[in-house]
Design a protein around this ligand. Structure first.
Ligand code: IMP
Length: 197
């Protein structure tokens, strides 16, 4: 049985490969000859994750999963949220996105924020979603070179380092993505026992 991970984001592919371990083998978009941009037109993570997985499912007919992630900052009333990727406009630029957050939060004492990931799974049998949240705070300056996206400014609760300063194994043990994929793995083990050994 084959499952396609519907993303063009190499960072996500690397993280999910490490989170799920070597017994979980999935196809990439190029393996099913899907080369288009996947749309993210909606204003919820859930709807965007669903359209990504459904778009590829209707294209290739294989079981598909996709994820959509956002950073939700209290003091910015939930921004950048579902618009995290294009917060500073097109083309997508993580440095500009971070700069926009830092500018808006200048002098802000409430630094609380959380990352949320929603995974959508689409198969012949149906459609399911799995969520993971990681609470933390927005640092007052950028630190670290690892990770991607907003990692240099996000400090998970219980730690003093940003995600970008952490060993990648630690990030992948506590992140929003890890929590969502734990639910996904539990579901697969029960519903598709041959898929994960
Ligand atoms: P999307 O899920 O691909 O739409 O990503 C939304 C935005 O959040 C992009 O700017 C990503 O770089 C960023 N993002 C997604 N996951 C993470 C993460 O684990 N850490 C930091 N930024 C992330």
């Amino acid at each position: 049985m084959e499952f396609v991970f519907c993303t063009n984001n190499e960072h996500k592919i690397q993280e999910v490969t490490q989170i799920m371990g070597s017994n979980f083998v999935f196809l990439k978009l190029k393996d099913v000859h899907f080369y288009d941009e996947i749309p993210e037109p909606f204003d919820t993570l859930s709807a965007n994750a669903a359209i990504k997985a459904n778009t590829v499912f209707f294209y290739c007919g294989k079981n598909c999963f996709a994820e959509d992630t956002g950073l939700f900052i209290d003091a910015l009333l939930g921004e950048p949220g579902v618009y995290s990727a294009r917060y500073a406009g097109e083309p997508v630029d993580s440095s500009k996105n971070i700069q926009k957050v830092m500018d808006k939060m200048l002098g802000c004492e409430n630094r609380k924020a959380f990352f949320k990931t929603v995974i959508s799974l689409v198969t012949q049998e149906g459609e399911w979603q799995f969520e993971g949240i990681c609470h933390g705070s927005i640092a007052k300056q950028l630190s670290g070179k690892d990770g991607f996206g907003y990692d240099p400014i996000f400090i998970p609760d219980g730690y003093t380092q940003t995600f970008a300063e952490m060993d990648v194994t630690l990030k992948n043990n506590i992140s929003h993505r890890k929590k969502a994929f734990d639910h996904f793995e539990y579901f697969l083990k029960h519903e598709y026992p041959n898929f994960i050994k």
